[in-house]
Design a protein around this ligand. Structure first.
Ligand code: KG4
Ligand code: ZN
Length: 499
């Protein structure tokens, strides 16, 4: 909305309401702090509809929404309203409005957008002293309304991945380029090297995902990407690529939290799994128990106090001389050993909390190997690996089941790269079922870092419309429950260059 629109807006306003804003009030509002002004325009006729709002930090207000009398019934009000609500979803703030109880079309529109009445303001309107109905919209209440395929991108660590999903959740393609070979020589992920490898591979990975799905960029209805947590340089490559593709086709952007992606692997693997569920996310970077009430409500129950489970496997593999990253090799070796040969400590076994610790078992392994001769180490490697794995898996499974019982969960699930561990899979399946839980162990391809799970999470993520996402940045430390970094502020042509 600009100065030149005021005359038309004032005409529509006067024709629409019995207590219209004056032209002077409208003009004054253009300079309001936290003001949100959008118009629908037509090339010849100018302004057709407009929305005026306020974007306060903890609550947004919808002040005015009107459509030219000739243009009603064409969805213009809904379009402007969705744009406002999409942006509110992205920052997780509620929206409040007042409406006349007898304004049935307005009440109906707000109801379809999940506004609910929360109160009455007596004698609110000046013209006839009518009461106003106060309605409230809670962020994320509308169903996602994508019309076609979604492209998802994941680059938070050392895997460059792109996937294409249908709005129903069906995965059309899921291409992953692993950088394991690149980081092998350093014995760990080198952030700068990872970022450069993402730059080199990501375009080809995206092209391949589109090709396998049988779609082109022009068929897409939205683009999603992991915005955090992870390695900041690596995240930036994916976020920038996704925003650029979205911007080039004026598509919306869906920001995804990487941990939400791991949680979504569970309903990607088993769409029928009942909520609430308790999911163990165990990878090279995370070990956390999370209560999942629905596809976007998460509570952290506990996490590791030191190493991640994947790290414990990888460090164990390194001490045993099994290469990089090593978790899988240690698992394979353990299959041939006797798990009762050595007694390794199970971290925080007596604690009733849902936290984990793997530093004790790792140190114990170091001492066991240190006190062995070279021959002994070789001869007993499988027994050592089996006993070490036993201690880690016992901690993971017992804590998960205890947390699930306490949370009253119906489903227990695992996700993250460590979910590939054969003992963890079989034991959670057996003990979980015996305890009466529905158990989900997603296919391996959805457990290690991949873009399909990011797409699945994106289907319940806020939809940030073009071009408001230009200000969304990557965040190395995005907390559970956050979709966008807290520094995000809604893009408007006026504020973009000032931020
Ligand atoms: O989820 P992911 O691919 O990447 C991260 O976000 O970290 O997980 C990789 C981790 C590595 O630590 C790897 O060694 C571990 O998962 N991992 C395994 C197995 N396969 C992969 N750990 C134990 N047993 C396995 N079979
Ligand atoms: Zn991960």
């Amino acid at each position: 909305m600009a100065q030149r629109d005021i005359r038309r807006i004032s005409e529509i306003e006067t024709a629409s309401f019995s207590d219209p804003w004056t032209a002077a009030a409208l003009e004054h509002d253009l300079s309001a702090q936290a003001g949100w002004h959008f118009v629908s325009v037509d090339d010849s006729d100018g302004v057709l509809a407009y929305l005026i709002g306020r974007t306060y930090p903890h609550e947004w207000h919808l002040l005015d929404l009107a459509v030219d009398a000739q243009m009603r019934g064409r969805g213009l009000a809904a379009e402007l309203l969705d744009r406002f609500l999409d942006a509110a979803d992205a920052v997780s703030v509620e929206v409040i409005l007042e409406v006349r109880p007898r304004n049935t079309p307005a009440f109906a529109l707000y109801s379809t957008r999940k506004f609910t009445p929360i109160g009455v303001r007596p004698r609110y309107y000046h013209d006839n002293h009518e009461d106003a109905l106060v309605m409230q919209y809670l962020p994320g209440s509308r169903a996602s309304h994508l019309s076609g395929p979604l492209l998802a991108i994941e680059t938070s660590c050392d895997d460059s991945s792109a996937a294409v999903l249908m709005p129903s959740g069906e995965v059309l393609s899921n291409v992953v380029h692993s950088q394991d070979e690149i980081h092998q020589r350093y014995g760990g992920v080198v952030p700068e090297v990872a970022s450069r490898a993402h730059v080199e591979r990501l375009s080809a990975v995206v092209s391949e995902a589109l090709r396998q799905a049988g779609v082109t960029i022009d068929d897409l209805s939205a683009v999603a990407a992991t915005v955090g947590p992870g390695l900041i340089g690596a995240l930036l490559i994916g976020v920038q690529t996704a925003k650029t593709i979205a911007w080039s086709r004026r598509l919306p952007f869906l920001p995804v939290n990487h941990v939400h992606g791991h949680l979504a692997a569970v309903w990607l693997g088993d769409p029928e799994a009942p909520f609430p569920m308790v999911t163990l996310v165990a990878s090279g970077g995370h070990t956390a128990l999370i209560r999942v009430d629905d596809k976007k409500t998460f509570t952290l129950l506990g996490q590791t106090l030191d190493d991640a489970a994947g790290e414990a496997f990888d460090k164990g593999a390194r001490l045993l001389g099994l290469g990089y990253p090593g978790g899988r090799e240690l698992d394979q070796l353990a299959e041939k050993g006797d798990s009762s040969a050595f007694s390794f400590p199970v971290g925080l076994q007596k604690s009733t909390k849902s936290d984990f610790s793997f530093s004790g078992v790792k140190t114990a392994l170091y001492y066991v190997l240190r006190d062995m001769s070279e021959d002994e180490r070789r001869a007993r490697a499988a027994d050592v690996a089996a006993s070490y794995r036993e201690a880690i898996v016992t901690a993971l499974v017992s804590k998960t089941l205890r947390a699930a019982r306490e949370a009253g969960a119906r489903t227990v699930a695992i996700a993250g790269g460590v979910a590939a561990n054969s003992l963890l899979r079989t034991r959670l399946q057996a003990e979980g079922s015996a305890a009466g839980f529905h158990v989900v162990v997603p296919p391996f391809a959805y457990c290690t870092d991949n873009a399909a799970m990011i797409g699945a999470a994106a289907l319940s993520a806020p939809v940030v419309p073009y071009p408001e996402y230009l200000n969304i940045d990557a965040s190395a430390s995005l907390a559970l429950g956050q979709w966008v970094p807290p520094t995000y502020s809604v893009y408007t042509p006026d504020n973009y260059w000032k931020i």
